[in-house]
Design a protein around this ligand. Structure first.
Ligand SMILES: Cc1cc2nc3c(=O)[nH]c(=O)nc-3n(C[C@H](O)[C@H](O)[C@H](O)COP(=O)(O)O)c2cc1C
Length: 192
């Protein structure tokens, strides 16, 4: 079972962006994000969170106009999200598992990386992944984990770590686990 995997330690203050995939403001992953943020802020980092479900982001239609004109055809909230991503040293995806993968809300934002992925592949920001799933087995989380690993490889980026919280349907399920502490430690481990 993959529970926690801290892959690299950074020795300077960073701006960390959390892209939250859940529609629940007070849900399971929100509790993990809060704990991660506490740890990261205690380690001296700045943490900014964006709830993807609260943003108006149109799905990418693969028109490739961004590759020709350098700008996406859609007028929506993505430019402000892009600005946060561009100015962040690390982007952490925090998402419940929906049908064996990340949520559509998060994937919609991720697909829009397309218009600036040359920038991302050059900058190589750090990435992180925190998931929560009702299933106690790791199988439900493997799709998200593999997608995350593939993204790391594509971007040429390093991982700050992965945390799969298993067997947690609602926030109170976290009480009988150490996942909140693990999220805190993951944030805290990114130290100066
Ligand atoms: C539409 C939907 C699909 C889900 N699919 C899965 C799944 O494939 N595997 C799983 O273990 N849990 C699944 N769940 C359960 C959520 O991952 C789980 O309840 C999670 O803790 C919710 O996190 P949140 O409160 O941050 O949204 C699903 C929940 C919903 C609403």
């Amino acid at each position: 079972m993959i529970a926690i995997n801290i892959d690299c330690v950074i020795d300077q203050n960073m701006k960390i962006l959390l892209l939250l995939g859940s529609p629940h403001a007070e849900g399971t992953t929100a509790a993990l994000a809060k704990s991660f943020t506490k740890g990261a802020e205690e380690a001296g980092h700045e943490v900014v969170s964006i709830r993807c479900s609260q943003k108006n982001v149109h799905p990418c239609i693969g028109c490739n106009k961004c590759k020709v004109h350098g700008i996406c055809v859609w007028t929506d909230d993505m430019p402000s999200i892009e600005a946060e991503i561009r100015s962040s040293d690390a982007v952490v995806f925090v998402t419940p598992i929906y049908y064996f993968g990340i949520t559509a809300q998060l994937k919609t934002v991720m697909d829009r990386f397309y218009s600036f992925d040359e920038f991302l592949r050059k900058k190589k920001p750090l990435f992180g992944l925190i998931t929560a799933s009702a299933d106690v087995g790791i199988a439900s989380s493997e799709g998200a984990n593999q997608q995350y690993r593939n993204l790391l490889g594509y971007m040429g980026s390093e991982s700050i770590g992965m945390l799969n919280a298993l067997g947690v349907t609602v926030p109170k399920d976290l009480d009988r686990t150490d996942y909140v502490e693990k999220a805190y430690q993951l944030g805290k481990s990114i130290r100066k």
